[in-house]
Structure formats: C-alpha cells, structure tokens
Design a protein around this ligand. Structure first.
Ligand code: NAP
Ligand code: MG
Length: 518
C-alpha cells in the first residue's frame, strides 16, 4: 500500500521546485526589464514632430449653407482649442435654430431641384471627386485632426483620414448600382438627412454620414461636435472645390442645442446620430411619432476575451491597441478585458511591461502612442470614474509616464480585482482605462461579456477556430473581432445591439439607412 505521507511529500516536491523556478524566472525578468528600461532611455526616440507650418487655418469659420459661407444669425462664435496645448486654434460660428432652418431649406431646395433627380452615375462623379480630394489633402487633414482633437498623428494619418476617403470611394461606387444592391427591389432616396456626430473621429464620422447619404441621392445638414469642428469645415471647403451643387451638403457648427434644433426640424426626413446613449435616447424621444427615419450609433463597453490558448503577446498588443491608442476615445474600445483565470497573472505582467513602453505626449510627434484627452470636461469624467473604481475597492495600475504640464492628459490605466457590479465595469469611461476580470469557462466568458446594457463590439483571442465560432455566435455585439482588434473597412457594416443603438453604417446595410427600399 502506498504511504499517504510519502505521496503528499512527492506531490509537494515538484511544486516547490516549480515555485523556485518561477522565482528565478521572475528575477531574470525583472533584471531584463531593468536593463531594457536603461537601454530604452539610452535609445529614446528623438522627437519627430509633424510640422503644422503649412496648415493655414482661418481665424474665424462661418457656417456652410447653400454652398456659401454665412455668418451665424446670433453673431456668436466659440473657440476651438487644441487639447494638448490649450491654445485656441480658431473661432467657429455658433449656429442656432434659425441657421438650422436656413440650412434645411437649402438642403430641401437642392434635393427637389436637382440632387434627388440626378442620375446615379452623375452623382458618383462628385462623390469620387471628394474622395480623391481627401487623399490629396490627407496630410493637412491629419494635422488639423490631431491639433483639434488631441489624437496621435499616427492615428489620424493612418486610420482616420485614409478611412474617410475610403468611405467616399466605396459609396461613390454604389451610386449608379443602387437598383442592384437589394436584389431587384426598387430604391429611392429619403430626402433631407439631419446628421449629428461626436468628437472622437470627427472627419471619419462626417464621412460615414455624408458619403452614403449623398451617394444615395439625399441632401445633408451635418452638425459636427463642438470641440472638433475643424476637419468638417475643411471638408466643406473640399466640397466647395469639388463644385458639388449648392445645398447638397451643409455644415452647421454649434453646440448641443444646434443638434437638437436639427434633429427636431420638421422638414428633416432622416436623422442619423452618433454619440452617447443618453443623447441618443433624448433624440429618440424628441422625434417619436414624427415619421422621421432614425439610425443611432451610441456608446459601448466592449469585452475583449482572452483564452488561455491565445497567442498572448499578440493578444496584449491587441488589448493595448484596443484601449490605449487613441486614449480610449473609441466607442468600440475593448474597455473590459476578460482573461481566462489560468493566464491572468501572465497577461497582467505582459500588459504592464508593454504599458511601460507606451509614449504619451505631443500628439503631432510621429512616435506618440497616446495623445491628449479631448477636452477638460472629458478628463474630469474619466477622473471621476477612476476614483469610483478605487473607492469600490478595485486595484489600480497606471503606466509610469510623465504627463505634460499643459493640456488634458490621463495615463494608460487598468483595474484588477473589479467586480462586475463596479461602475468601471459597467459604465462607458471613454478614456484609456481598462477593467480586467477573469473567467474559467467559455460559457462564463460569454455570460460576463453579455452582462452589459451595451452591445457594440467584442474581441476574442484564442488559437482554436471552433472556439471563435462558438463564442462569436453567442455574443450580443454588432462587431466581433477575432485575434485582432479595431479593424475597419467601408464594406463592413458597423453598428450596435441593445443600448448601443440600431441601424448599420458601412456596406450594403449602410446604404439601406438612406433609402426607401420598395
Ligand atoms: P454626445 O454628448 O452624445 O454628443 C454627440 C453629438 O451630439 C455632439 O455633436 C453634440 O454636440 C450633440 N448633441 C448634444 N446634445 C444633443 C441633443 N440634445 N440633440 C442633438 N444633438 C446633441 O457624445 P460625445 O460625448 O460627444 O461623444 C462620445 C460618445 O459617442 C460616446 O458615448 C461614444 O461611445 C459615442 N460614439 C459612438 C460611436 C458609434 O459608432 N456607436 C462612434 C463614436 C462615438 P456638442 O458637441 O456640442 O455636445
Ligand atoms: Mg478642439
């Protein structure tokens, strides 16, 4: 018979060996990390700022209505500032309800007189022209986007501007093929679209809204976000240069009230809104019963699910890209990290190591990974939620980086030991803050991922294709990435489930939002 004591001791031995080995590995890791840090300091990247010298911003921007630049009826202007320097970049017209009315009238006129009747092939020429002009002016647009919104130039140069142009190209290609987009069914445009967009992807959101609308034969009044109006105004200049008939696209800058006046205008046929769930609900209430068509792209609290069999280094890169690049100012940011329990500690350690190498600072520097928070108000919101996480007992880690003295900044941060009921696990933070939780089985991961009022996006990291399909078909999210994160394409429909909104942007489904399909 086996001596039970002996068996126990035998079982103990490998685990204590393992512990010794783990300690040795950890010591070696710390030594390498310290060396890497020293090495990193010696080889710190030299500053590589993109020069804004050739960008000529006007001191004051008017409203773009009926193909003309018009002063606002109120005579009022507001400053748009650079969140990384707090410097005023330009003054922008504050449109009121009267201005919105002028813009809607101009859009109606353009729709009735020519744009709504124009052959698709003719409309396409204009939309292609805008797409090409965006490519030609890509550098200037990227710089202005970064100055006005605070995102790193790497992001605006490589993501925002090329994608904005790609959306115009994609939709231009559909303009003369709309009868074939819906399997033999006839389509017709809706009329005047009132569109309201947020500050996190200013030009890209304008492109998502304007390109399908005008390609389908609608005319548009667009209200950009108060803190990032500049690239929409540059787009208006491009539209003017492309000689689009007057009134087809109108840009009315202003605050929330301007947006409310636009969506509430009785002669608007279609409302398209991207922004917070709260404002989305207000809009839904305001236009209920009016017969206006509505699409809402709202907030998110995406789960990024990492299984133990995932390529962990690749997953860590995806986690970092999903929440820290772009300061977490992404509606589909992977802000809840669900890690299989057995690899939790390894993932957290790898994440800390990677975070130590993130470069935060001047958004115009080509090496910058994390830029400025879009506005003081947004920074305050992030701080308040982070404080609530600490108060609720979660453990905070912030990347060891220096924050510039001027501007609005928040270090890449994560929380561990957070429960699902914590505010940081439930509410959209819209900043570089990640909440890490664990799971043991795929079912538990699915349940936790779906335990939210949102349903915009999710990520799955695993070596097994079958697991990807098993999990993806059970997640309630509009967009699901597998072994990658935050990848976009104009042919791919994007939109939410539950309180993340309804309707799709991009792809054939995105056209349906701007057409009556008969
Ligand atoms: P927000 O406060 O809802 O603002 C969005 C836009 O609506 C802005 O232009 C805003 O004007 C305007 N607005 C405010 N009140 C309004 C009202 N009562 N009626 C009509 N328009 C009104 O959102 P945000 O804080 O700027 O943007 C962040 C939010 O957008 C996040 O929740 C994010 O998840 C969401 N988002 C979603 C998607 C998506 O595709 N699902 C994409 C990007 C962002 P002001 O700028 O003057 O306030
Ligand atoms: Mg600004």
């Amino acid at each position: 018979m086996t001596d039970p004591d002996r068996t126990d001791r035998a079982a103990d031995r490998p685990s204590s060996d393992l512990m010794k080995r783990e300690t040795a590995v950890e010591k070696a890791r710390q030594k390498t990390a310290a060396l890497a840090l020293e090495f990193g300091k010696a080889w710190e990247y030299a500053p590589a700022p993109e020069t804004p010298d050739h960008v000529k911003l006007e001191e004051r921007y008017q409203l773009f209505i009926g193909g003309k630049w018009m002063p606002p009826k109120s005579g009022k202007y507001f400053d748009t500032v650079s969140p990384s320097t707090e410097q005023t970049l330009a003054q922008v017209a504050e449109g009121n309800a009267e201005d919105v009315d002028r813009a809607v009238k101009a859009a109606r006129h353009a729709y009735d007189k020519y744009w709504g009747k124009m052959r698709g092939a003719e409309r396409a020429k204009y939309v292609f022209r805008i797409a090409r002009a965006l490519q030609e002016k890509a550098r200037e647009l990227a710089i202005v986007e970064t100055m006005d919104g605070g995102k790193p130039i790497k992001e605006s140069r490589d993501v925002d501007i090329p994608l904005a142009s790609a959306h115009f190209f994609y939709n231009a290609g559909w303009a003369d093929k709309l009868d074939y987009a819906f399997h033999g069914r006839k389509v017709r445009p809706l009329g005047v679209a009132g569109q309201v967009i947020p500050w996190n992807f200013p030009l890209l959101m304008a492109a998502w809204k304007i390109a399908p609308a005008i390609a389908c034969g609608n005319t548009v009044v667009l209200k950009p976000a108060e803190t990032t109006p500049l690239t929409a105004l540059l787009l208006a200049q491009i539209i003017e240069e492309a000689e689009l008939p007057p009134g087809v696209v109108n840009i009315v800058t202003g605050a929330g009230e301007t947006g409310a006046a636009l969506v509430g205008h009785p002669d608007v046929n279609k409302v398209a809104f991207t922004g917070s769930t709260d404002v989305g609900k207000k809009i839904q209430r305001a236009i209920a019963g009016s017969g206006k068509r509505l699409t809402l792209e709202l907030g998110g609290k995406a789960a990024n699910i990492v299984f133990a069999d995932a390529p962990l280094d690749q997953a860590v890169e995806g986690i970092v890209g999903g929440i820290y690049f772009n300061q977490g100012h992404v509606c589909c940011a992977g802000s809840r990290l669900l890690v299989e329990e057995s690899v939790h500690d390894i993932v957290v350690r790898k994440l800390k190591d990677r975070m130590a190498t993130l470069r935060l600072g001047d958004p115009l520097d080509k090496n910058t990974d994390v830029g400025a928070i879009n506005s003081r108000a947004q920074l305050e919101r992030i701080k308040e939620l982070v404080l609530s996480g600490e108060r609720e007992g979660a453990e905070r880690f912030s990347a060891p980086c220096e924050l510039p003295s001027k501007g609005f900044w928040f270090p890449p941060t994560f929380f561990t030991n957070a429960s699902q009921s914590c505010r940081i696990a439930r509410e959209e933070i819209f900043g570089p803050v990640l909440t890490i939780m664990t799971f043991r089985t795929p079912d538990e991961a699915i349940e936790k991922a779906n335990n939210t009022m949102y349903g915009l996006s999710a990520g799955i990291w695993t070596d097994k294709g079958s697991k990807i399909f098993h999990v993806a078909t059970r997640l309630q999210a509009g967009v699901i990435w597998a072994n990658t994160y935050n990848k976009f394409d104009p042919s791919s429909p994007f939109g939410g489930y539950k309180e993340s909104g309804f309707g799709r942007e991009g792809g054939r489904q995105g056209l349906a939002a701007y057409l009556e399909v008969q």
